[in-house]
Design a binder for this molecule. Structure first.
Ligand SMILES: [Zn+2]
Length: 411
């Protein structure tokens, strides 16, 4: 395969959050799966002898988005979720492969799965890596660990554990299957009928067991968590990331910032009535979710004020059409409007996740040596995050997987 040189574009990536300037009239030289050189056009073209030219027609080029909270096998309470739960293993695998393909098409070139059914995520990852299925790069926790009857226990995307020994075994079971990280549910949430968001669900020794075992194996731990007291304890014990964080306080936010614990706020989950209606989500869950919305936004503002690292994660299937765009882009818009602003939103959707995943040498910036995982859009993402709605071209690993202008626009 000959080299490809992408021209006639403005390149921006998450380094703008640290003060780097976007490069106008840029070019990106791609050899095989990776970027060989990126920078001002003249400089790059000097090295691009014989490369096939790809004209971006004045588009803005950024790294592909990284969605840090996804479930490709999500099943919420209600009819939509019941259908997914009723799938045979074969149906489930095909359903997840379809979601993966749609996800990539939306410009999401990597995902962090934080609870998937039956270890089907590992099979999906192998299929994508082998080129048998189309989809984003997958970093996954496998099944989430949960106490008996705890948050999400209703389906096979969680593993019930009780006591420190069982949680240690739970961590090792996921790592044996190929988990890159560990997900644990340490409080109640929105989707559990018999719990409240505030319900603590792990004893201290269980939390320590999860953290110590995962860290010994070199895996980070992220926790589904709502209430401040539960989060404060887990952060103190060494938790690496908080999902949702519905009820943070300034004190616990300060503690997270100090300890370097990231937050994936998933703002969409408390403001997505239309999505819940589509899935037939029952009234009690809708009330709890939408009722938690204002406090959730306050909590997010506290995290920003304290300097907590916030990362993009939709919780909703990343490709789901929601309020005129994908759930992933809508979440990034909410994060941006909620106080982050466009430059840091770009960081939170690309380089920030890459760093958390320890994958910043492979993904997250438009730089020599990184995978050529790129998206092109018509509008300027540093003027407004809504620019991501105009994504019209997607490349993953040097292969163009979407090009609306060439008629490749259907997922
Ligand atoms: Zn989730």
């Amino acid at each position: 395969m000959s080299d490809v040189v992408i021209v006639n574009c403005t390149v921006a990536d998450g380094r703008v959050a640290d003060g780097a300037e976007p490069v106008a009239d840029a070019a990106v030289l791609v050899r095989g799966e990776r970027i060989l050189l990126a920078g001002p056009r003249e400089e790059v073209l000097r090295q691009a002898d014989g490369a096939t030219e790809l004209d971006m027609e004045g588009a803005y080029l950024t790294p592909g988005l990284v969605n840090m909270h996804t479930h490709l096998s999500l099943s919420l309470p209600g009819q939509g979720g019941e259908n997914v739960k009723g799938f045979t293993p074969h149906e489930l695998a095909l359903y997840m492969a379809d979601g993966a393909r749609r996800t990539l098409h939306c410009g999401v070139t990597a995902v962090r799965c934080v609870a998937e059914k039956d270890h089907a995520d590992f099979a999906l990852r192998r299929a994508i890596e082998a080129g048998r299925a189309s989809g984003p790069r997958i970093f996954t926790a496998g099944q989430a660990l949960v106490c008996t009857g705890g948050h999400g226990h209703e389906s096979s995307d969680t593993l019930e554990c009780d006591g420190a020994d069982a949680f240690r075994r739970g961590v090792r079971t996921q790592i044996r299957a190929g988990a890159d990280l560990v997900k644990v549910m340490i409080s109640g949430g929105i989707a559990g009928e018999h719990e409240r968001i505030e319900t603590p669900q792990l004893f201290t020794e269980e939390m320590i067991a999860v953290l110590n075992t995962a860290h010994a194996w070199g895996r980070k731990v992220t926790a589904h968590a709502g209430p401040a007291a539960v989060i404060a304890e887990a952060v103190e014990l060494g938790l690496d990331c908080v999902e949702h964080g519905y009820q943070l306080t300034p004190e616990v936010a300060a503690k997270m910032a100090e300890r370097g614990t990231a937050l994936v706020p998933t703002l969409l989950v408390t403001r997505c009535k239309e999505f819940f209606d589509e899935l037939g989500v029952p009234e009690w869950m809708q009330c709890r979710s939408l009722g938690a919305g204002p406090r959730h936004l306050e909590s997010y503002a506290m995290a920003l004020a304290a300097g907590v690292e916030v990362l993009l994660g939709s919780d909703m299937p990343p490709f789901w059409r929601f309020e005129g765009t994908s759930a992933t882009v809508r979440e990034l818009e909410y994060m941006s409007q909620g106080g982050l602003g466009p430059a840091r939103a770009l960081y939170a959707g690309t380089l920030g996740p890459a760093r958390w995943l320890g994958a910043e040498r492979d993904i997250g910036t438009v730089e020599a040596g990184r995978y050529a995982d790129l998206v092109a859009m018509d509008a300027d993402p540093l003027a407004a995050t809504s620019a991501f709605r105009t994504i019209r071209w997607v490349m993953k690993g040097g292969r163009v997987v979407r090009d609306d202008r060439a008629g490749g626009g259907r997922p």
